[in-house]
Write a protein that binds this ligand. Structure first.
Ligand SMILES: NC(=O)c1ccc[n+]([C@@H]2O[C@H](COP(=O)([O-])OP(=O)(O)OC[C@H]3O[C@@H](n4cnc5c(N)ncnc54)[C@H](OP(=O)(O)O)[C@@H]3O)[C@@H](O)[C@H]2O)c1
Length: 278
């Protein structure tokens, strides 16, 4: 079977490529798409087919989906431009006769959700067999806090007592590879979460265990948190986005735990501590 992966040069995409190879897919049956040629070249050396493709330049997708049994559309990282980016991929995949689409989406109701919901609608209207992978918030989104807490002894946020059913990219990538390489997933929408949801106070405890000192969580109102992030050097757009995501957590929108991810993996999901230690 042949598989094409977009966003293959990113954190998740590279893990998906590794997992496809672990699943025994012949390297030449995998096509990796992205912009970063140095990353693509490292996979080309391993026998993976690679192509430089830019969502802003539809012509770069000419021919890349010819004969593809399955396409993994890893959502674009360009917030605000995602629907156009995804449409470029979906139009090219359909025109070139791709067999099915697997899309990395998000849970509904979040600050990031509107572009994902619009993409899911396009996929369903387009009519190709599809599988939607609604990926949880990555545990690795908190990796940067470990070093910060090592020196400061604290983390800040605006999530209150809200819980995050986070999952590691490695688990989400392995699940994507399973969906791409096995049958029975057509029309499915999987909500892929970790097996356990944690609060930011629990996150602080786990980080404390990792750095060997007490780490406390200080909760702030959403606007104050956004200002605090800006004072730490983030641009206002990124600060506002992260504060809105914490507000989603406070509102309980990332708390739901499902068994979809562990079912696809055939084992428990990686823990918060494993994700932060990687
Ligand atoms: N669930 C979560 O917590 C969470 C958090 C962050 C992001 N996400 C979403 O999940 C996706 C995958 O996560 P990730 O960690 O792998 O993100 P990432 O490391 O930022 O990777 C993003 C990928 O998108 C590609 N890309 C961006 N703009 C492009 C363009 N104009 N044309 C072609 N390729 C383009 C990048 O290609 P190059 O590297 O070649 O430029 C890269 O391969 C993200 O893109 C985002 O939609 C989810």
């Amino acid at each position: 079977m042949s598989v094409v992966v977009t966003g293959a040069t990113g954190h998740l995409g590279r893990l998906v490529l590794d997992s496809l190879l672990d699943h025994g897919i012949v390297p030449s049956d995998i096509t990796a798409l992205g912009r970063r040629t140095d990353t693509l070249e490292s996979y080309a050396t391993a026998g993976v087919r690679v192509a430089t493709a830019d969502y802003d330049d539809p012509a770069t997708f000419d021919g890349v989906f010819d004969g593809a049994d399955a396409v993994l559309l890893i959502s674009s990282s360009a917030i605000g431009q995602r629907v156009g980016h995804h449409s470029t991929v979906l139009n090219a995949a359909k025109a070139q006769g791709a067999g099915r689409i697997v899309y990395t989406s998000a849970f509904p109701g979040l600050v990031v959700s509107p572009e994902h919901e619009a993409t899911e609608t396009i996929i369903k209207e387009q009519g190709l067999p599809f599988t939607i992978l609604r990926n949880a918030w990555y545990i690795e989104n908190y990796s940067g806090l470990v070093e910060q807490a090592r020196t400061s002894g604290g983390i800040i946020g605006a999530a209150g007592d809200g819980r995050v059913a986070g999952a590691t990219r490695a688990d989400l990538a392995q699940a994507a590879a399973t969906v791409l390489t096995t049958s029975g997933h057509e029309g499915a929408t999987y909500g892929l979460t970790g097996d356990t949801a944690f609060t930011y106070s629990e996150l602080a405890q786990v980080i404390g265990d990792l750095v060997g000192r007490e780490v406390t969580y200080t909760d702030m109102p959403t606007d104050d948190y956004a200002k605090a992030l800006e004072s730490m050097g983030l641009d206002s757009g990124t600060a506002g986005f992260l504060a809105a995501a914490d507000q989603n957590i406070r509102d309980g929108l990332m708390a739901e735990v499902t068994s979809d991810l562990s079912d696809l993996l055939g084992r428990p999901t990686q823990s918060l501590k494993q994700g932060l230690s990687a």
